[in-house]
Design a protein around this ligand. Sequence first.
Ligand SMILES: [Zn+2]
Ligand SMILES: [Zn+2]
Length: 485
Amino acid sequence: MSASTSSADIPKATATAAGNAAGFSDGTTDYKPMRSGAKYDPTKVHISELPMTWSNWYKQVNWLNTTFVVFLPISGFIAAYFVPLQLYTAIFAVVYYFNTGLGITAGYHRLWAHSAYKAAWPLKLYLALVGAGSVEGSIRWWSKEHRIHHRYTDTVKDPYSVRKGFWYSHLGWMVFKQNPKNKGRTDITDLNEDAIVVFQHRHYIKVVLTMALIFPTLVCGLGWNDWVGGLVYAGILRICFVQQATFCVNSLAHWLGDQPFDDRHSPRDHFITALVTLGEGYHNFHHQFPSDFRNAIDWYQYDPTKWAIIAWSWVGLAYDLKQFRSNEIEKGRIQQLQKKIDKKRSTLDWGTPIEQLPVISWDDFVETAKTDGKALVAIAGVIHNVADFIKEHPGGKALISSAIGKDATAVFNGGVYDHSNAAHNLLSTMRYGVLHGGCEVEIWKRSQSEKGDVHSVNDTSGQRIVRADAQVTRVNQPAASADAA
Ligand SMILES: [Zn+2]
Ligand SMILES: [Zn+2]
């Protein structure tokens, strides 16, 4: 983005972009589809906007995608019933599964969609080839959709928004036609300048057929004469498993697990998601730090994609691995933790806030202390009604009763017994009023403002945070008496 770019300099296609506010160029242009499909007419109601009926459902289905993600896998399962699985073919299918899976996670996702590291051309070529073997579209298309997903997470412009349901985000978004009107836009200039990306995109069908079906068939056929098994197991069924695994990043990773960094959006962290997605399971972290080459930041978390990138960097195939400082990561973690604490705190009874209590004169306090079933005790300028607590007082009935109508600040804070943190908390739930000119309330207010942390005593919802040992009734050097009143 260039700050000096005036709106007049922006190419027409960019200036009309939805995400282009106030004339800032966001680098997006209209996406040119892979192959020239049916022309989109924005004046007509798109088929996806019509309710699905018996007479129009087949028009709502994207048959090309459905063939690759539904019919092909089904055909593989049927064929597997008739074709025995040979040991070498099984081993190769698993090995090729990990290679093609890495093509998506380390290649399509972390290298091309997020530029989380740089790769030498042999590694790029390998990732472009095995990535195509997963049959999930070209790098250019996949990365564009994924950047839109990050930019517009959970909104109508998110191509696989989990807000439309688990199955929609997993498969539905490919099986059913999408209204181009809802498509978000993103900048893919860098991908258009990458020769390997452009080559793979231009020759996509040839590359896919070769890598997804022909190559595994040849390996198993020439290797141990299992041509059909190679096609069925290392080809078709392996495609199905890689697809289902990586589709889980769009569905399961937005559905299952914790949100240690941000809970405003759906991404979540979970070990199970990591297990099935070659380490893409720490998705809450990933949406916060998308260009970090890691998904799991702790050594014990499962992220084989990260391990592969590190291994490639050792032999010089990968370099410029991007990593956020742990200072930044921990700040996010602490803030989310704080948010959770605030939420929990807001459910607890901390007593009526001091400023909402009625102000009562010393004489009125003394006069009414024992009337109407009340038992009023003043501590640090705050009047408490302890009537319901006298019987339960751990220090005995006599002592607490003797404090009624008196200032018990010193007695409560060590004169007789230095009350516990829990006692101060419990006392705050018995608040009745504040003494007019009650000195300790004034002292407390002053000390809060002198510390300069007036803001830190309120949580995000404006509720006062009462830290341990910082209750208003806590007085380190007890006032001798309440004569100040
Ligand atoms: Zn996501
Ligand atoms: Zn991502």
